[in-house]
Every structure is written in structure tokens, then in C-alpha cells.
Design a protein. Structure first.
Lengths: 721, 184
């Protein structure tokens, strides 16, 4: 047996350690410290130093002022564009205010929606390896939280086994998180209450009730770190995730563009309604700026129990606090006479800031009916779903729910003898841009043709008695504005003090039918106007009076959300051909084989092999491509002009059809732009485009199958062909 | 930064830093050691230097508070490690870093600071190869122990894990090195 001495190891480490002395290192640190101290003193001035073009003509301002004096009778705010075209908004016009509070009379529709069972598993049954054996890896007991990834993969939190089960959409358990083999390092969570998965695959498990911290794991289940509790404040228990962030209530954990994790500690008074200002950042990673505001959301009293005496006549009111400020909602409930109480819990906040509340309707002390409400961020009730009555439902557990950005609502229910996940398709506005409640503006994704942004610098901000007037000049450097907006998004939670006061935007959301929704935003985040303009095909093309609104109190957070969205959109370039150099964000998901069941995901560094077996359908392993291999794939895609291919590729086959046949699905990203191609290669097409594409895809396939990691996966077990 | 450094000195004299009278003194004493350990552990000298620099920037800015800690070095070490971990975007990037470690090692010929007589030993090169094959987490723990001469307790504090976990990792790390050497 080979012996290894401590001295050998020590010497080897010393030999490996590079020379690191840099004489000017300390100077650099001190300069940086000095710079940050100065930044702190100057506040937002740094942002304003971006290069705007001051092209406004002073003569124009005089003309503009004269014009404005001529229309004083219109009242309201005026925005004078430099063309000069006058935009008049009427704050007195009847319309839906952004900060809507749904009242009993406008409490939203009551409807029941049919759900689709994603999978169902009873204890001890063998269903996709689910619940087969108490000691089996795939067994789940009394799950209490659910996360749904964009591809439908489920992450089910099992508090009994203190782990998260990663389950494919069809119900196959593929992984336990944390990885039980390294559990001594990264856990397990002692009393986990919630799970959230960031866009880059990091898995967050809220264990603030147990270990007083949030565990963070890699997509492969390895321990990545934790965020520890300061030992005071309210328990979090629930995680909220947005497009680029995962939030907890007590402390916020943020994944910033998939790179950084940090936390900010917020102390709360005993009354959760009135959080104190943030008092301390977590030591470990407080070097990063927060992305979002002091964002917390929960019912004002938790749990909320009302007696008959205190119940509103027709339902219950619920006060919710969130990034939009507090709002009150009314929960219309059926069968009022049968209820004796209601417990509600704010469960979720999703990428588009919609809110899901699940609750239990109690009858005589028993949890008889389970309800889920979906709100938009302004408190408008979008959906109410009554979960199917089922005597098997166990008591004492609220359903775990998760709302995906595309409007699918997943509900995980625990029964006395099993678990069921049901999917509902609910009507949610995923644009996140306009959502004003039941009667206000809404813009569905299918409607949206494009977004146009015009940026202005406020040259004059006049107060002529009671009449305010802004005189605007265009901001020529739109890229600078977008940078500014992005920076602004990062600089919350103090938007009103950080946002440059001399910037105004006119945002036009153009519908497919030609109609427009315009949003006028002015600096400081305290003013916003919205108007809707119908399509030109309609005879009366004047703005719709009834849908002109002005925010009165909750604009700043909404503005922040909107700007963040716009900034994100602005960063998405479009191009006709792939850039010659492989962009840093290049990656792809490539599926191939019969029914395209072999999948390489370079983002998740994962390969799933189709074993063609009904018992063990797939095997999954860690798989990443080298930089050289990625270069090769990228170059080959560019060489065949991959952007010229249709999303569903159907080359001429001369009527030939073979079965089985290869199917391909390629989805790749370059410079933030996604491209997707489906191809059922059933006809052995000899068209040049087909031959070229087949050549590239088969090359990728060879890359995979000649790799030792592929060969280490279990062999194919079945299949007739 | 004269003002800040000066005040740091002054504050520290009145405060309780057990070994360091100022953030600047701590920097001079500990910076290179930290960079060396993290460079070996994560295979990226530049990233390690950046992370340590950022950790020290934070230390300067918060010296009032951190100087009160029992072990300000542990704070810096932990902040730097945390930053490095956060910057590991994916397994692919990690893989690239490991490759760079190999390239760096090759180009540096065992490092400028290495003892030439030791470097000539083929045995040592085998051990080095085995160390490079370790997982970053395990390599970090071994590096803190063997290169930075930290105690098990100090390593546990730095990584936020139990002493038992550190001992286990050290034991498993040595086992893994031994196994890798046997297969050569």
C-alpha cells in the first residue's frame, strides 16, 4: 500500500502555491476604499455622470411654455415633448387607480378551474420510483413545499427525510438534495419549510425554523453555502423567487444574474406590519448591492383567524404587504353559512410578482375546504380556485402551491395515503408590465408586439402656481439610459432617493392589433401616467377616457418593477447572424434520439440518457463540454447559418417516412438571444439544409457518446430497434 | 485613504484587535497567505487575488466593528472564500479553473516560490497531481490545513461547518490522495 506522509502533502501544497506578492496590492485596496467612501458621500451623482446629450434648445422651451399657458384649462400634468407635441393627462378622469383595493363589490370573479393531475403516488406504491420503500431514495413523506422549474421539473421538499426530491415532470425522481453522500458537510436541513430554485440552478432550502439558516446547494446537490440567522426577528419559513432573485422574509437571499448570493438581514418589530429599516448586512457577502427593496409579504396577522363577530359580511379582508406597498384584498367565499373560520397563508410570489394565497376553510374545527387565490401585484384578484373536495385529504397541512411565470399553478396536496400534484392553468398577466386589477389595464403576452421607449431629460421643471410643467429634451444615448435603469434596479431599496430626478420616459407597449398602452414616467419615481390608445382600425382613435389612470400612492415600487423589466428588455440584442466570437453566455440544450429523449443541457452541465426501459427510463449524469467543444459547436452552428432555420424544420423528404426515426430539439442562447429548432428527421432528407444541420447535430452527438462520462452511464436496457 | 487608515489605526489602538493594530497591519500580515491558499484551492490566482482584495476592502470599511472580533483574519478568510464560491458559476467554469491550474502550474514550473530541490522529486509531482484532482472543497480544506497551518477549529470557523466535518474531510482527503497515488 502506498504511504503518504504529511510532509509530502505539505511540500506539494507549497510547490503548488503560486507567488502572489504584489507590492501595490495594499495601495489598490486603499484606493478602492477611498473611492467607495467618496461614492457614499456623493450618493447618486455617479449615476448622473453618464453621458447624456443636452440637445434641448432654449428657444424651444419658451415656445413650449407659451403653448402650455394656452392649455391651462385642461388641468392635470402636462408633458411637453420637444417636437413639440403636447401630451395631456387628466388625473380627474374616471379610471382604475393602480393601487386598487378590491372591495366586496369588485372582488373579482369566482370560478372553478379544471386541473390536470401531473402525477399521483400513494405510499408504498411504485410509481416512477415514488414512495416505493421507506428507505428508498425516492420516497417522500409529508411534503410541505414545492418548486417548479421552467422545464416542469418539480422540487418537492420532504421535511421528514430532510431533503428535496428532484422529480422529472413525468414523475421520475432523479436526485436528492442535499446529496446524501456528502450530507455531513451540507446538512441536512433540520426542519425545512420551503424550497426555491434560482435560475442558475442553485437550490435554496429555508431552514430558519430549524437550524436558523437557509441552505444553498448546487444543481447537483452539493452543499454550496448557507445564510445564517442573526438569531432575532421573525421566522421566514417561506422563500420567494423572482426572475433573478430568491427572497426570504427575514433576510433576503439574492442570486444576481446567476452569479452572486448574498443576504441582507432585516430586523422586525414584533408587529410584522412595521419592519424597521435594514440594520445590518450579513458579514459574509455584504459587498454586493441589493437588487430589490426591503421586500416582504405576509398576511398582517398570521395565522389569521376571525370569529364570526369580526368577519366582514360577505367574506374576509386580507392585508398583504409586498414590493408594491400594502394592499387589502377581499376574499369572496362560497358557502358562508357553513364556515366557522379561515386560516390563510401567503405562499408565493413569482417572477411576475403575482401572489398566491392558499387557505383552509374550516368547518366546525375541521379543515374542510382548501382554496387558492391568485392576485396580481396591485391586489386585483385574478383567480379563485377551490381544490377538489376529497375525504382522503389529511388535516393539518396546507397545500404547497407554486405559480410559474407562464401562468401554470401547481398544487401539491398531501393525502393520508399519498401525494398528488395537480396543475391548473390560470389567467395571469405574465408581462409584469401592466396589471391594474380587475377593471384596469392589462396586457396579455400574446397581445404584445413590441415595446418602444423614448427617453427624455427634464430640462425645466416649473411650478407655475398650482400648475406643474416639465420641459423635456431627448436623451440621445439610449444605451446610457438603459445602463442607468439597470443601475437603478440594483440600487433599490431606496428608489425615491436614488432615482435621477431629471429623467423621464415614455414607454409605449404596442399591441398586435395596433393599439397602444403608453406609460409616462417621471423622475423620483413618484409620478406615472398611463393611457390606452385603441387600434387605428377603430373609428374613434382617441384615448379611452375610462382607462386613463394615475397612480396616487404606490408608484415607486411599480415604477421600479417596470423599469427593471424595461432594462432587461433593453439588454436583449437582436442580430441577423451569430457573432463571430462565441459569446460568453453561449450554451444549449440538445435532445436527440427516438422521441428526442437523450438530452444534453450545457447550462445545467447534465446529460440524460434514454435507457429505453419502462422501469428505468432514463439515467442522468454530470456532463459538461470543454471550452474547445463549445467553440466547435458554436462555429459549426454559425457555418450553417443556424439562425436561418425555421423553428420547426421540415425539409423536403420526397414523401419518404421511416419509423422509428431521429428527432432533434436544439435550443441555444447567444448574447441573450434564444433560438430553438425542432426537427423530426423521418424522411432522410437530402436537402442541403437538412444535410448540413444533421451533420452538426450528429457531431454534437459524437462528442457526447465518445466521452467517458457517457460510457459510464448505464447501458440501454430495452427497445425493439 | 489616509484619513481612513489613520482613523483605523487610532480606533484599533483603543479597541481590541488581539494581534492587529489596524486594518493595514492585518493586510500586510495576511494578504499573501490568503491569496496563496485560495489560489491553490480554486485554481485561479487572479480570482483569488480579487476575492481577497474585495474582502480587505470590506474589512477596511468595517474595521470599527470587525476589529472587535476575536479573529478578524477568520472574517476576511471567510469573506474571501464566500466571494470565490459565489463566483463559481457552473461546473464548466470550475472545470476551466482546474484546467487553468494545470496550465498555470505547467507554465510556472511548480511556482516561483517552490523549492527547486523538492520540485525535482518525482514523488512530489505525483502528490501535486493528486492534489489537483481533488474536488475544490476538499482541496480548500487540505490547503487551509497544510498550507495555511490552520487548526481544525479555525478551518471549521472559516467554512461555517463543524469540526467533525473538517476532520472527516481531512481524513477522506488523505485517503483520496493515497488512492490516487496507488493507481499511478
Amino acid at each position: 500500500m502506498t504511504d503518504i506522509r504529511e510532509e509530502d502533502i505539505r511540500a506539494a501544497f507549497r510547490a503548488l502555491a503560486p507567488e502572489v506578492h504584489e507590492p501595490d496590492a495594499q495601495t489598490r485596496v486603499e484606493r478602492e476604499v477611498d473611492s467607495r467612501c467618496r461614492d457614499e458621500r456623493t450618493g447618486s451623482r455617479r449615476l448622473l455622470s453618464l453621458g447624456y446629450h443636452r440637445a434641448f434648445l432654449r428657444a424651444g422651451s419658451l415656445v413650449a411654455a407659451l403653448v402650455v399657458f394656452g392649455i391651462l384649462l385642461y388641468g392635470g400634468w402636462q408633458l411637453l415633448r420637444p417636437d413639440p407635441r403636447l401630451v395631456i393627462t387628466d388625473e380627474e378622469a374616471p379610471g382604475q387607480e393602480v393601487n386598487s383595493s378590491a372591495q366586496p363589490e369588485t372582488g373579482g370573479p369566482w370560478k372553478e378551474i379544471e386541473g390536470q393531475v401531473v402525477f399521483e403516488a400513494g405510499w408504498g406504491e411504485e410509481l416512477g420510483e415514488f414512495g416505493r420503500d421507506p428507505d428508498a431514495d425516492a420516497e417522500v413523506r409529508e411534503p410541505n413545499a414545492l418548486w417548479v422549474a421552467a422545464d416542469g421539473t418539480l422540487f418537492i421538499l420532504d421535511p421528514v427525510h430532510q431533503r428535496v426530491q428532484e422529480v422529472l415532470p413525468e414523475g421520475t425522481a432523479v436526485r436528492q438534495i442535499p446529496d446524501p453522500r456528502v450530507m455531513d458537510v451540507g446538512g441536512p436541513p433540520s426542519a425545512p419549510t420551503d424550497v426555491a430554485v434560482a435560475p442558475d440552478g442553485l437550490v435554496f432550502v429555508d431552514d430558519t425554523r430549524g437550524a436558523g439558516l437557509i441552505w444553498v446547494y448546487t444543481a447537483q446537490g452539493d452543499f454550496a453555502g448557507n445564510v445564517q440567522s442573526a438569531g432575532e426577528g421573525a421566522w421566514s419559513e417561506r422563500l420567494f423567487a423572482s426572475e433573478n432573485a430568491v427572497f426570504a422574509q427575514v433576510r433576503r437571499v439574492v442570486v444576481d444574474e446567476g452569479e452572486h448570493v448574498f443576504a441582507t438581514v432585516y430586523r422586525y418589530d414584533a408587529d410584522p406590519l412595521h419592519p424597521r429599516s435594514p440594520v445590518e448586512n450579513l458579514d459574509l457577502a455584504d459587498d454586493l448591492q441589493p437588487l430589490g427593496g426591503a421586500w416582504w409579504a405576509r398576511p398582517t396577522r398570521e395565522p389569521q383567524w376571525w370569529s364570526r363577530e369580526t368577519e366582514p359580511e360577505r367574506g374576509w379582508y386580507l392585508d398583504v404587504s409586498g414590493p408594491h406597498g400594502p394592499f387589502s384584498v377581499y376574499l369572496p367565499l362560497p358557502d358562508k353559512d357553513e364556515r366557522s373560520g379561515l386560516e390563510v397563508d401567503l405562499v408565493d410570489n413569482t417572477e411576475n410578482e403575482d401572489i398566491v394565497v392558499s387557505g383552509r376553510l374550516n368547518r366546525g374545527g375541521e379543515h374542510a375546504t382548501r382554496l387558492v387565490w391568485v392576485f396580481d401585484r396591485s391586489g386585483g384578484l385574478l383567480e379563485t380556485i377551490q381544490l377538489p373536495a376529497d375525504e382522503r385529504l389529511s388535516t393539518g397541512d396546507r397545500p404547497a402551491v407554486r405559480l410559474t411565470p407562464d401562468g401554470r399553478l401547481y398544487v401539491l396536496n398531501t393525502y393520508e395515503d399519498g401525494v398528488r400534484v395537480v396543475r391548473y392553468d390560470v389567467a395571469v398577466d405574465p408581462t409584469g408590465l401592466v396589471a391594474l386589477g380587475d377593471a384596469g389595464l392589462s396586457l396579455q403576452p400574446d397581445d404584445l408586439a413590441h415595446v418602444r421607449v423614448e427617453s427624455y431629460r427634464i430640462e425645466e421643471n416649473l411650478a407655475l402656481g398650482w400648475f406643474p410643467l416639465c420641459i423635456l429634451s431627448p436623451v440621445a444615448d439610449e444605451a446610457a439610459v438603459r445602463t442607468l435603469l439597470k443601475a437603478y434596479g440594483r440600487l433599490r431599496p431606496e428608489p425615491t432617493s436614488r432615482f435621477p430626478s431629471d429623467l423621464a420616459l415614455e414607454v409605449t407597449l404596442v399591441r398586435q392589433d395596433g393599439g397602444e398602452v403608453r406609460l409616462y414616467l417621471r423622475g423620483q419615481g413618484d409620478d406615472m401616467w398611463i393611457r390606452e390608445i385603441p387600434p387605428r382600425s377603430e373609428p374613434d382613435n382617441r384615448p379611452v377616457e375610462g382607462k386613463v389612470g394615475r397612480d396616487t400612492s404606490a408608484t415607486a415600487p411599480q415604477l421600479a418593477l417596470m423599469l427593471r423589466e424595461l432594462a432587461r428588455q433593453g439588454e436583449e440584442p437582436t442580430f441577423e447572424a451569430l457573432p463571430s466570437e462565441r459569446p460568453a453566455d453561449f450554451g444549449f440544450v440538445f435532445a436527440y434520439g427516438v422521441q428526442a429523449r437523450n438530452v444534453l443541457d450545457t447550462f445545467a452541465a447534465r446529460f440524460t440518457k434514454d435507457l429505453i426501459s419502462p422501469h428505468t427510463p432514463t439515467a442522468t449524469g454530470v456532463f459538461d463540454l470543454t471550452e474547445e467543444e463549445l467553440d466547435r459547436v458554436y462555429d459549426e452552428l454559425g457555418a450553417i447559418d443556424i439562425l436561418g432555420y425555421e423553428s420547426v424544420f421540415r425539409p423536403d423528404t420526397g414523401g419518404v417516412f421511416k419509423a422509428p426515426h431521429e428527432s432533434y430539439h436544439l435550443r441555444f442562447r447567444a448574447n441573450g438571444v434564444w433560438k430553438e429548432i425542432y426537427w423530426d428527421d423521418a424522411g432522410d432528407s437530402t436537402a442541403s439544409a437538412a444535410v448540413a444541420l444533421r451533420g452538426v447535430l450528429q457531431d454534437v452527438r459524437r462528442m457526447i457518446e465518445e466521452d467517458a462520462r457517457y460510457k459510464a452511464l448505464p447501458p440501454i436496457q430495452g427497445g425493439l430497434y | 485613504v489616509g484619513e481612513l487608515s489613520d482613523s483605523g489605526e487610532t480606533r484599533a489602538q483603543a479597541a481590541s484587535g488581539p494581534r492587529y493594530q489596524s486594518a493595514a497591519a492585518l493586510f500586510r500580515s495576511e494578504r499573501d497567505r490568503l491569496v496563496r491558499v485560495l489560489a491553490v484551492a480554486y485554481g485561479d490566482r487572479e480570482a483569488a487575488a480579487d476575492a481577497v482584495q474585495e474582502a480587505f476592502v470590506q474589512l477596511y470599511l468595517k474595521w470599527d466593528r470587525i476589529s472587535e472580533y476575536d479573529d478578524p483574519v477568520a472574517w476576511v478568510r471567510r469573506a474571501a472564500i464566500n466571494r470565490l464560491r459565489n463566483e463559481r458559476r457552473s461546473l464548466r467554469r470550475l472545470s476551466g479553473a482546474l484546467q487553468r491550474l494545470g496550465e498555470q502550474h505547467t507554465s510556472a514550473q511548480l511556482g516561483a516560490g517552490a523549492d527547486p530541490s523538492v520540485a525535482a522529486s518525482p514523488r512530489l509531482s505525483d502528490v501535486m497531481e493528486a492534489i489537483r484532482a481533488l474536488s475544490p472543497r476538499r482541496r480548500l480544506i487540505l490547503a487551509l490545513f497544510y498550507l495555511d497551518d490552520l487548526s481544525v477549529r479555525q478551518i471549521a470557523d472559516s467554512l461555517g461547518i463543524s469540526e467533525g466535518s473538517v476532520k472527516r474531510q481531512l481524513h477522506d482527503g488523505r485517503d483520496e490522495l493515497r488512492r490516487r497515488l496507488e493507481t499511478r
